[in-house]
Design a protein around this ligand. Structure first.
Ligand SMILES: CC[C@H](C(=O)O)C(=O)SCCNC(=O)CCNC(=O)[C@H](O)C(C)(C)COP(=O)(O)OP(=O)(O)OC[C@H]1O[C@@H](n2cnc3c(N)ncnc32)[C@H](O)[C@@H]1OP(=O)(O)O
Length: 253
């Protein structure tokens, strides 16, 4: 299974399970994310959502380049980008706190997924970055929009996107992206992080999340995300992008 979805004591946990490609996202995982959104909306007992990756190497390495490199034009790329951006917005606006348990590298779309979550608990071994620029595209699932919305400093957000390189967990804590950095066991880190919040009624968590969703609705965040998707799809068809992807896929072969 390319993902697992389990409810454990009011915590709905989604685990990307494609370790052979560093938990890269394919269509099956996108369908899994859509199942996650439906499951949470249909179960009022859910108090927290957690998104993580299997293993210790990667949280998520973004889109599966071996599949998505088959998309050549803007017209080809837009449906995938738009579908993932839509499900990511539906995850971001779930009525409960959403925690990215960043168990390893989170790069490209993987960094976008973590940024769409409310909290980011990051392994001290993880490197995280919006590396899309190194492939001659921008973020395309809404991650750039979430970053400008959530990072305390706009100059650091622009620098992260423009440098297009992975940063250490400590650097991501210092710039305000990581909520916490943990050293060892991710499950223990999660339990410790939610321990105090677990004592608070779910109705309170849901009310505060609605305040956040009202803010994003008021500023038409989804429209901003749709513009990001269009921009990424236009850059997608440039030769520079396809050459950069080909270079990655043929390395060390
Ligand atoms: C809008 C979002 C956007 C999009 O979908 O277009 C993106 O997400 S663009 C960004 C796409 N992602 C990347 O460019 C990241 C590529 N991967 C890496 O940089 C590294 O793999 C890293 C840092 C995640 C982990 O490095 P590590 O040295 O630990 O592993 P390897 O590089 O040796 O990879 C192991 C194995 O996995 C395959 N792999 C890794 N990432 C991907 C991926 N995103 N898509 C497909 N396959 C991936 C890699 O090719 C290796 O395969 P192998 O057959 O074992 O050589």
């Amino acid at each position: 299974m390319p993902f697992t979805l389990n409810l454990e004591d009011t915590v709905m946990k989604f685990t990307i399970n494609r370790p052979q490609v560093r938990n890269a996202i394919n269509l099956d995982v996108i369908v899994g994310f859509e199942k996650l959104v439906s499951a949470v909306h249909n179960d009022s007992s859910v108090k927290f959502v957690v998104i993580t990756g299997v293993g210790e190497d990667a949280f998520c390495s973004g889109g599966d380049l071996s599949i998505f490199h088959g998309l050549h034009t803007a017209k080809d790329a837009f449906p995938m980008l738009d579908r993932m951006a839509t499900v990511l917005y539906n995850i971001a606006t779930l009525p409960v706190p959403v925690i990215a348990l960043v168990n390893g590298h989170a790069v490209g779309g993987g960094c976008e997924i973590a940024t769409a979550c409310d909290y980011r608990l990051v392994s001290s071994r993880a490197k995280c970055g919006f590396i899309q620029g190194s492939l001659a595209i921008t973020s395309g699932w809404g991650g750039g929009t979430y970053l400008f919305e959530k990072l305390p400093r706009q100059d650091l957000a622009l620098q992260m996107l423009s440098q297009a390189k992975p940063l250490s967990a400590t650097a991501m804590l210092n710039n305000g992206w990581a909520t916490q950095v943990y050293e060892d066991d991710k499950d223990q880190a999660l339990e410790t992080f939610i321990a105090e919040m677990k004592k608070v009624e779910a109705s309170v968590h849901r009310a505060y999340k609605q305040m956040l969703i009202r803010k994003w609705t008021g500023q038409n965040l989804l429209n901003q995300i749709r513009e990001e998707v269009k921009t990424c799809s236009l850059l997608w068809e440039a030769d520079e992008h396809h050459q950069a992807v080909q270079k990655f896929l043929t390395k060390r072969k």
